[in-house]
Design a protein around this ligand. Structure first.
Ligand SMILES: *Cc1c(COP(=O)(O)O)cnc(C)c1O
Length: 382
């Protein structure tokens, strides 16, 4: 029991053993290791078949056509490809996004601004949601793309992408959503949802790191300019030798998530709620994003009157995150919580717990005990 309880599933998940099994069979000399682009021998054909089977598994979870799935190195690259690939074309245009997006969207948009393309950053409401009205008000004559995430990685707050997408359809504007946190956890049907581009990755849903995909709608056809050139793979949208073992891992992880989703969501939500019920009696605690629908595994808690860094140190029995893993290296409070109007001190004293597939009731009990003990001790010192 020396290792801390892992409650940072929103940062990344371990790879499911069933996925590891499939991946290993696509690496060694006896496995399906070949270059899927090799057309002159059986090794290559088998690798191509494995890649296309995985493409179907990913497409199935999204209810997409396999030809609409473009492999990337992860959601960061998928976001870059979606945003730059649409705007970095002759003419360009105005982009609308939100201040609470992942840095992969915000930094790509900042790059576009440096290239002279206008970008509007919407402030969410205090519960963390981006309202349809805010998107409507930001629309201009020259708006060509709206990028609003499906659910936020720090708070788990779920945006109404159906309504935002419907508005985009009505205005003839392309709609991109970053679904890295939601794919495999919430139903995401691209035939029902008015969305043109969707970013996903494997490592938030028990697949390997370093692989993802961009869904690119075929009907009506969405044009995306390649950002990585060389070889013309992926119908010219993304070149580079396909990583067979990563791709089959992602396919298996998505197929597994599709089978487990309805059973797993409520089980994880119950564990998350058990964690909250165990600590909610402490004075001064609140859930960031409380008024909004949230992902089942997320619990972002503000501890009023407690120093965030001292709390992180005192929580030595749990592996959690302050803000997001990408910003926790800096001393700045989370930009996501700040955009929601949460005061700096409270944002500093906020911790993200995220529960996942391998979390047990004993894990939650240990985490609750650690939080109660740590907060009690820090408050006594203060
Ligand atoms: C993790 C994450 C990303 C980045 O995905 P990578 O595959 O690690 O590049 C992008 N957006 C959101 C919302 C995420 O949670």
């Amino acid at each position: 029991m020396s290792q801390a309880v892992y409650l940072d599933y929103a940062a990344t998940t371990p790879v499911d053993p069933a996925v590891v099994d499939v991946m290993v069979r696509h690496l060694g000399p006896e496995g399906t290791f070949a270059n899927p682009a090799s057309r002159s021998h059986l090794y290559g054909w088998l690798a191509e078949e494995a890649v296309e089977n995985a493409r179907r598994q990913v497409a199935d979870l999204l209810n997409a056509d396999p030809r609409e799935v473009v492999w990337t190195s992860g959601a960061t690259e998928a976001n870059n490809l979606a945003i730059k690939g649409v705007i970095d074309a002759p003419g360009g245009g105005h982009v609308i996004t939100s201040a609470t997006e992942h840095k992969a969207v915000l930094d790509a948009c900042q790059w576009l601004e440096q290239q002279g393309h206008p970008v509007s950053y919407l402030k969410p409401s205090s519960d963390g949601r981006v309202s349809v009205d805010a998107v409507r008000e930001a629309m201009r004559e020259d708006t060509v793309l709206v990028s609003v995430m499906h659910a936020n990685n720090e708070t788990g707050v779920i945006n109404d992408v159906a309504a935002i997408g419907a508005l985009c359809r009505e205005k003839g504007v392309l709609f991109h959503t970053d679904a890295a946190q939601t794919v495999g956890k919430l139903p995401l049907d691209v035939r029902a949802l008015p969305v043109d581009l969707v970013s996903v990755c494997a490592h938030k849903i028990y697949g390997p790191k370093g692989i993802g995909a961009l869904y690119v709608r075929r009907s009506p056809d969405v044009r995306v300019m390649a950002q990585i050139h060389g070889g013309g793979h992926e119908r010219g949208m993304r070149s580079g030798t396909l990583a067979t073992h990563q791709i089959v891992g992602m396919g298996e992880a998505f197929a597994l998530a599709g089978r487990l989703m309805t059973e797993e969501g409520p089980r994880i939500a119950a564990l998350r709620d058990q964690l909250w019920e165990g600590i909610a009696g402490l004075p001064g605690l609140s859930i960031n994003g409380a008024g909004a629908p949230r992902l089942p595994g997320h619990l972002n808690v503000a501890f009023a009157g407690v120093d965030g860094e001292m709390l992180m140190t005192a929580l030595n029995q749990v592996a959690v995150s302050s803000g997001s893993a990408c910003t926790s290296a800096s001393l700045e409070p989370s930009y996501v919580l700040k955009a929601m109007g949460i005061a700096d001190a409270l944002a500093h004293g906020s911790i993200r717990f995220s529960v996942g597939r391998f979390t047990t009731e004993e894990d939650i009990q240990r985490a609750v005990a650690n939080v109660l003990e740590a907060v009690g001790r820090l408050r006594q010192v203060a």
